[in-house]
Design a protein around this ligand. Structure first.
Ligand code: IVH
Length: 675
């Protein structure tokens, strides 16, 4: 056998073992044997770069090179389903289908509704050629490199002669859609790791899966252990007219298809399916949030057609979030980094969707008051798609005349005693003692060192708490005068980590101005606003001297942000902070390189963005307009200089533009303008 033949043989074998292990859960060789084969293949591929194949089993580990996603326009738009929460509407759906099919017999395919993110996979000649996210339904991101790392997605379909269950022939070209999921076990492990590294946690497996799939490094995706279930086969030459039958065929080609699929005929059978899975789903390894019902025959599907947004032949029934009753013991109040005070309900522990719940956020004073809580009340707790539970109501069945005292919002800060204030238009009460209230002081330092700000990643909340308690730091400027001895407390075992921390603090002096501006923690100045302000004003001094009017001139800056910036710089303590940071050599102005990227090519132009774009996202175009001195507005008027139009610009906008004689500029023309 030549080395080339051996490579092909190994690839086919490894694809099969992969399928046995991940999809069928019945491996036929040991992990060591698998690794040995994979290593052999890797060595042969290293020797024969000319035989490289992106679908080789060696590519499942993903590259750690950074990638940008290309936009891909879906061959067939990805529609969503209409949702219902009640069985009555399911009956109406059933009735509509019956009438739509004018008395013809029909079958309904009942399936689980997986709670992840939808994906469209394209196969040509049995090979995965493209994987695209749903995006806005018309076009999505090409995430093929990331999807290749998901072990349950076949890269190469099995030669049919070797298919154990005698699969039907796959069409030369087809699309298959499904859901990318992060199993509960991977999700929990990931959050545990993130907690240990003091990184923000993912709220639920869907967010975790989505964050992972959009990762710029395929190797990160490979580590995170995503899974996929496929639920919709499309193409011009499908094996059968039945949706269910097509999916059974797809299973024989190597795809992971849920076992929880039933073809039924009556409404009673549909109800039985729903009732069964409402409970049974809690034992599944992945998150589900409902049931999908589809007319099985594709011919009948076509006959029923679609409405503007969703097909008439399918509907999603969503499960109610699980509720439990428990007793409210106390409401405590937490002070956050911004001084916002959040009420938290402390309850008797209760089991809810697989975890024990003791605490629930009450969000703010209005929400808390609307519940009319009294200590000792029985309360209904619910956990929906989010992991954080909430109290939905007092369980009225248990209210007695001798109810406990009503829960009242506090008037003074539980941490520093300052009288709380409420700013106009905001739901939260704030502790105004910004320069003396410990959680605010610590919180601002935590924000300052966070990854997207100064990225001093060796300093987590616990270390900051420790330095704070030892009196080493009171604000973030103090970080720059810390010494190794202070940090280690002359304790030898701590010297190494103390040195690392000092190095990270040193390195942060080079962090670019826009991130320093974000790190300062000015209210309402998030990452994007910080970037905009940095580009427009170019230095902290120019920003500090800007008037309210100067700020409001900036396209995306509204009154709340502008006032907050003015207030921050007017404060003498903050002015002193800036001076201390300056003395420490932080970047308080835009770098020459960043300035060189700017121009005034669009100065004086008012531009409306419309449609979908191939090269950059809408937000990127907004930023580009800003960067080149232009102004982006939402609606077309006689003052509009031109419309930056992508595909599918709305007909109403087009008409208005023509009426007012506003020129239309294509994406490519625009990019040339600012080139
Ligand atoms: S079928 C035109 N089947 O739910 C019908 N979707 O709003 C296409 N989903 O975007 C979808 N499980 O991400 C279908 N068994 C299932 C599903 C499912 C989850 C998701 C999918 C879709 C959304 C519907």
């Amino acid at each position: 056998m030549t080395e080339q033949e051996r490579i092909l043989q190994l690839r086919a074998e490894l694809h099969q073992h992969n399928h046995n292990y991940y999809v069928l859960n019945t491996p036929t060789i040991s992990d060591q044997e698998f690794d040995a084969l994979l290593r052999e293949l890797q060595e042969l591929e290293d020797r024969h770069p000319e035989l490289a194949d992106p679908n080789s089993p060696t590519q499942r580990v993903g590259s750690d090179l950074s990638q940008e996603f290309e936009t891909f326009v879906h061959v067939r738009p990805m529609l969503s389903l209409s949702n219902t929460y009640n069985i009555g509407e399911v009956a109406e759906f059933y009735q509509r289908v019956r009438e739509g099919l004018a008395g013809e017999d029909f079958e309904i395919c009942c399936e689980l509704k997986f709670d992840g993110l939808s994906i469209s996979l394209h196969y040509e000649d049995g090979r995965l050629v493209r994987a695209v996210t749903r995006g806005d339904g018309v076009q999505g991101d090409d995430v093929t490199a990331n999807v290749r790392t998901i072990r349950t997605i076949p890269l190469q379909l099995r030669p049919l002669s070797e298919s154990p269950n005698g699969g039907e022939n796959w069409p030369r070209s087809f699309e298959i859609r499904g859901e990318i999921l992060m199993p509960w076990s991977s999700f929990e492990a990931l959050n545990r790791e993130r907690e240990a590294r003091e990184e923000p946690l993912f709220a639920n497996p869907r967010n975790a899966a989505s964050g992972t799939l959009k990762s710029k490094q395929a190797s990160v995706v490979a580590e995170r252990k995503l899974d996929a279930y496929l639920y919709y086969l499309l193409g011009d030459e499908l094996p059968a007219d039945g949706h269910y039958e097509n999916l059974q065929a797809a299973r024989s080609w190597g795809f992971q298809i849920s076992d929880a699929m039933r073809k039924v005929r009556t409404l009673e059978e549909i109800e039985a399916f729903i009732n069964y899975w409402d409970t049974a789903r809690k034992d599944l390894p992945v998150a589900t949030d409902g049931i999908v019902l589809k007319v099985n025959s594709m011919r009948q599907q076509r006959a029923l057609g679609m409405t503007a947004k969703s097909p008439r032949w399918a509907i999603a029934y969503k499960f109610q979030a699980e509720q439990q009753s428990t007793i409210l013991r106390e409401v405590t109040f937490q002070v956050g980094r911004t001084g916002a005070v959040t009420p938290v309900a402390n309850m008797d522990p209760v089991q809810l969707s697989g975890t024990v719940v003791r605490r629930a956020t009450l969000h703010n004073a209005d929400f808390m008051d609307s519940l009319d809580l009294h200590v000792g009340d029985h309360v209904l707790v619910e956990k929906g798609g989010e992991i954080i539970p909430k109290i939905v109501a007092v369980d009225e069945a248990f209210i007695t005349p001798e109810r406990g005292p009503k829960v009242e919002f506090i008037r003074h800060c539980p941490e520093c005693g300052a009288e709380l204030v409420r700013y106009e238009g905001e739901a939260a009460w704030y502790c105004p003692n910004e320069t003396g209230c410990p959680p605010q002081l610590k919180g601002r330092i935590e924000h300052f060192v966070s990854r997207r700000a100064m990225n001093i990643d060796t300093l987590g909340p616990e270390t900051i708490e420790d330095f704070f308690a030892r009196g080493l730091i009171r604000d973030y400027a103090d970080l720059y005068t810390l010494t190794v001895d202070q940090l280690s407390g002359y304790n030898d075992t701590r010297i190494r980590s103390a040195r690392k921390t000092i190095q990270a603090i040193e390195a942060s002096r080079q962090v670019p101005f826009e991130r320093v501006l974000f790190a300062l923690g000015i209210r309402f100045v998030g990452e994007t606003v910080a970037k905009t302000l940095a580009r427009r004003f170019r230095s902290i001094d120019a920003l500090a001297h800007a008037t309210l009017d100067d700020l409001l001139q900036v396209n995306t800056i509204g009154a709340a942000i502008a006032e907050s910036v003015i207030r921050w710089f007017a404060d003498a303590d903050n002015a002193f902070l800036v001076e201390r940071l300056r003395a420490q050599g932080l970047q308080l102005q835009l770098s020459d390189a960043a300035i060189a990227e700017q121009s005034d090519r669009l100065a004086g132009k008012t531009i409306v963005i419309s449609g979908v774009f191939a090269h950059h996202s809408r937000d990127e175009y907004k930023a580009l307009i800003e960067q080149h001195g232009g102004k982006n507005t939402g609606s077309i008027s006689a003052k509009t200089s031109f419309i930056l139009a992508g595909d599918n610009m709305g007909p109403a906008k087009l008409e208005k533009a023509q009426k007012l004689g506003v020129p239309i500029v294509s994406e490519d023309e625009f990019l040339q303008m600012i080139e």
